[in-house]
Write a protein that binds this ligand. Structure first.
Ligand code: FAD
Length: 307
């Protein structure tokens, strides 16, 4: 059995694996796709101390760093179930195999909910974005739309209004769902327009970059086009935790509930990164949380394992 088994190979999982392996204990990583969301990222400009890098490059460096240590990397392995058996934890993989470990770190990340309209995938990273903290500055002085009028959409619109020239906020419903205090702030901004009862139907582009957004006005079923350079989709971040339902405590949004040490509701099981309740989903945060979870797992092992 492993001493520490990490499930997930994004920044949180890689960081957890390195911190665990540096304690000289048996460490494994099972990941559906080593690299996680970073594989889908083009420019990264907020990975502190590195002014600019690119997703695939950072993933190669993460893997190289993990491979410096004696870590058993099991890539292309999806975990399906987690359970406590006596004094260890068992993780069942989709392949049917079962991995045993004295402690487990859950780092399965999250995925952005998409609009699922023509052009969205084609122009991803070419004007279609999901993270205002990451990509906002790329649209300095340009026109953008934010899709979604919940808290994250309205926060994104307020944030972006300070950077870009104009923001159009598109909401499907006939009213915004964000907290009133955020809506008040939004309404006070001169360069924001809110369009309600609007269904986004297509992302337009010239083959290279986004040029516009088409939406249907649901009140009269007419189609409209907005000229713009960027579209921030803010209709939800879904944690990859469906397989953990009933095993560890999840928040109403499906995020793994953790305490300040990364401990979940199951003894010996810790969690880190975008899959957890820790706010602000970012690479540096996921890495910090991953290292914290590994140190907590080590602390757990020295208290519970026979010498
Ligand atoms: P993830 O990166 O999501 O990794 C999760 C890992 O778990 C993957 O290996 C996945 O395959 C695996 N996994 C999932 N389910 C299972 C399962 N059941 N069994 C086994 N393995 C599983 N952040 C920044 O700081 N700066 C940026 O510029 C930036 N740009 C971004 C651009 C895009 C397009 C996207 C999508 C995100 C961006 N982010 C950025 C956010 C950042 O990528 C995430 O916060 C970060 O990757 C979270 O790390 P994580 O390890 O928690 O999860």
């Amino acid at each position: 059995p492993f001493d520490v088994l990490v499930v997930g190979g994004g920044p949180a999982g890689a960081s957890a694996a390195i911190y665990a392996a540096r304690k000289g204990i048996r460490t494994g990583v099972a990941a559906e796709r080593f690299g996680g969301q970073v594989l889908d990222t083009l420019g990264i400009e907020n990975f502190i101390s590195v002014q600019h890098t690119e997703g695939p490059r950072l993933v190669a460096q993460l893997e190289q760093h993990v491979r410096e240590y004696d870590v058993d990397i099991m890539n292309l392995q999806r975990a399906d179930a987690l359970k406590q058996v006596g004094d260890h934890v068992e993780v069942t993989l989709a392949s049917g195999a079962t991995l045993k470990s004295k402690s487990v770190i859950l780092a399965t990340g999250a995925r952005w909910r998409q609009m699922n309209v023509p052009g969205e995938n084609e122009y991803r990273n070419k004007g279609v974005a999901y993270c205002p903290h990451c990509d906002g500055p790329l649209f300095k002085g340009k026109r953008v739309a934010v899709i979604g009028g919940g808290n994250s959409g309205v926060e994104a619109a307020i944030d972006l209004a300070g950077i870009v020239s104009h923001v159009t906020l598109i909401e499907f419903d006939s009213k915004l769902r964000a907290d009133e205090v955020l809506q008040r702030k939004l309404r006070s901004l001169p360069n924001v327009r809110v369009i309600l009862s609007a269904l986004s139907t297509e992302v337009l582009g010239d083959g290279e970059k986004v040029k516009g957004l088409v939406y249907t006005d649901r009140t009269n079923d007419t189609s409209h086009t907005i000229e713009l350079e960027g579209i921030f989709v803010q209709i939800g971040l879904l944690p990859n935790t469906e397989w953990l339902k009933g095993a560890v405590a999840l928040s109403p949004r499906g995020e793994i509930e953790v305490d300040a040490k990364g401990q979940t509701s199951m003894p010996g099981v810790f969690a880190a990164g975008d899959a957890t309740t820790v706010p602000y989903k970012q690479i540096v945060i996921a890495m910090g949380e991953g290292s914290k979870a590994a140190l907590s797992a080590f602390d757990h092992l020295i208290r519970t394992s026979a010498p």
